[in-house]
Design a protein around this ligand. Sequence first.
Ligand SMILES: Nc1ncnc2c1ncn2[C@@H]1O[C@H](COP(=O)(O)OP(=O)(O)OP(=O)(O)O)[C@@H](O)[C@H]1O
Length: 922
Amino acid sequence: MKLIIERLSPQQYIVKLLLILAVFIGCYLVVAWSSYSPFDNSWSVANSYEYTINKAGFLGAWIIDLLFTFLGYSGNLIPFLMVFIPIYILLNGSENITKLKIALGGVGLILFLSGVSVILTIYFTTSYSDIEHYLSGGVLGSFLVSYFYTILGKFGLLFFSTIFIIIGFLLCSGISMINLLVRFYHWLIMKNDDLSIQEENETDLALKNDGNINKTTELEEIIFYNPKHLQQNEQKASDNLVDVNQFININGLRNKEQPKEQDLTTDINASVSVIPDIPDNLVQQKNIDLVPPAIDNIGDLDFSHNTTEEVLPKVRILPSQERELLNKSVSEVDNIQNIIDDIEEDNHLALEFAQLEEQRLQQMAKRAKEINAEDAFNRIVNESQDLMADTSIPTDEDKNKVVNYASYKDTLIHPALQQKAVTNAKPTTPMPSLDLLEDRPVEAHTITKEEILETSQRIEQQLRNFNVKANVRDVLVGPVVTRYELELQPGVKASKVTNIDTDLSRALMFRSIRVAEVIPGKPYIGIETPNTHRQTVPLKDVLDSDEFRNANSLLTMALGKDISGKPVVVDLAKMPHLLVAGATGSGKSVGVNTMILSLLFRVKPEQVKFIMIDPKVVELSIYNDIPHLLTEVVTDMKKAANALRWCVDEMERRYQLLSALRVRNIEGFNDKIDEYNALGMPIPNPVWKPGDTMDTLPPALEKLSYIVVIVDEFADLMMVAGKQVEELIARLAQKARAIGIHLILATQRPSVDVITGLIKANIPSRIAFTVASKIDSRTILDQAGAEALLGRGDMLYSGQGSSELIRVHGAFMSDDEVAKIADDWRARGKPDYIDNILESTEDDTDENLGFGESSDEVDDLFDQVVEFVTSTGTTSTSAVQRRFRVGFNRAARIMEQLEEQGIVSEMQNGKREILSRTYTDY
Ligand SMILES: Nc1ncnc2c1ncn2[C@@H]1O[C@H](COP(=O)(O)OP(=O)(O)OP(=O)(O)O)[C@@H](O)[C@H]1O
């Protein structure tokens, strides 16, 4: 049993002692009250007996008589109040008692008793001259009534008495009316929760005991309990020293979604990973006919737990499979030879089958000849041969070569090295189906209500040790973390809790905790603690949600699930650019893939195009040749800078088009094109010049597609061409929103030389995965928090410059799933690459790009540009570009030279200021 030792000051000791004394006096009065007789020797009556009837003696009789005389019937309350009020105070923290509280309590009691006495006098006294009134409202009631009756009347007396009773009660109890109602509401909810959990437990236990349960129920709800653990939990609950805070509202503890039947074959893979050893007595054989898991899964077993006690109490598992799997781990590895023998026997059977088939075909050919249907027969045979090409049966001669050559088919390239192992048939559905993603089972929660209540108490206790008084109000059990929502005592700053987060996580023995200072819509702060067993969030679950399906925007992307397990869906068009940063291995690539796949499930190539930049080569190359690409995945960083430059040029071109059509954005532009096409009057391209294309007349305008530029490792790009890239990105980020170009920049180096002030100022939406330090977190989000994340897709999202952070558990998908979707799109069409995206323009040769260039050489146009800048007051690189008809890079380089010479300031928030208008000074 755990003891909580509190240190008390001498004053607190005295208060406690007085309260205990009051309880004893109260008990004495209760005895006196129970044996009170109006004929006893007492203050108001004197009888002829020598002895006292009252069991509490003369004193007891005397006090009770006094109470009755002065307070009437309400005197009955006093002995009981004397017992219960001190007990209540003792249980709820006598250290909170102050003189003011005592004074208010006293006043409250007087008001309460006065109100009650008046009401009793009015309703229970037949006549004011009657002696009875001593027994109804007492002297107090009769005095108040006789004095105020003429002033207030009966109604007035009743009205004020009721108000006095309410005010008196509130003052005595020290609670606010609103608080009272809120607590009552919480109590009601808790009760419902208790009932449903009890029902659930009963169902589960019934299932466990009932051998004749029907199959569907069995498939949906097989939950095994470790009896020892249950016992421990019961013990724990009864051992709780501090009273369980009955107003804690726990949400999300139960899994709302039950696994589907088809999930059950894979269910076992997830379940066994936490079960090192299940005692035989827990294993119940059920007659479920399911495919046994592949032998590879044995490798997934997690043997890090040493005892079954550590195994969490509720585990969703299929017993027959689990036993099979465990047996296999030992026996099948040894019996590989047997398996090979089996395969050989299978091949033998296959050969026999082939021979029979051949005979059958010969007979059919003969029959076809007889009825002159040779053509039809040949066609059928050819089709079926095509179908069987992949599964042709080896002959005896080939049998020995199977291992070496069978899978090469018609090519000399090893299948592992083939870019596209299979050429898929063109899919029939208009968009890729979600069936391409794996069905991953919903994993059961392993945290119990008792654990939650115990942790709540530990959190409150630890906070109290740090002089923070707070009470846990709500608890939210999510897929990866549990959030305890605490109400801080008025006047306590949330930052006080944030400052002690490390000490708190050590004291509470959690790997890390995160303090959410603001919970939108609630007056609480949140303490997020990691769950012992984290659930994976499957991408399919998030994409298959109403939130994703019903989103209107074309550029809607799913991120994962929030703390309560609700899908989080964001709109890239509104962001309008996104910065993703996190330490290596934190889940960035999976996160970026989630975003790309969300788009690939929604958009057609003509609607959205991608430019993918991937210095790591392996991350995005899987998307090569999908029809959405504007150019092949860029891995050379010099070319990547050209791609960004192309985007800037495209942006300028689009702005010209928008202004020619007098529309404000890409949506307006596309609507206008649709409108005129529908009228049969396609709009000729207004910015076309002869020679731009082979046409002799301006070609008709087509709808513009959105362009999403994804950079997987932004730091590499910055290293190769820092200044240029920074400026290009700043220009795109500032202006590209209206014309539909959006950037997603990911980096694993969240330092200020990569995520520069200029980039941050222009990219308001950020995602931070786990990082090493608070400083890194501040670099990304402008606030701490990301250092307390748990890795593997755990992220904080801050949208459109908002300081409010949403914790999201990223969706997960395997590389195979990504490949399947990319293959699906490849089978639908070929990309239409634009040739010059990666090429540098004439004046943007390597030298001019700034790679290896000497900054000492002043550009030929330098003087003219200075004159232009100082005379017009413009410092925009694009203005220089237009005025002098040079490429962006050259113009940017000249501006840098102007900066070096102190003529213009350095770029701040995408702008430069003119520092000197008299160039002759230099
Ligand atoms: N949402 C997720 N759910 C579960 N596991 C995840 C999730 N995201 C990532 N992981 C796990 O974390 C590992 C690392 O993820 P990922 O490769 O995306 O990290 P990264 O930040 O891109 O690393 P690097 O920068 O080194 O490429 C993955 O192999 C995967 O096992």
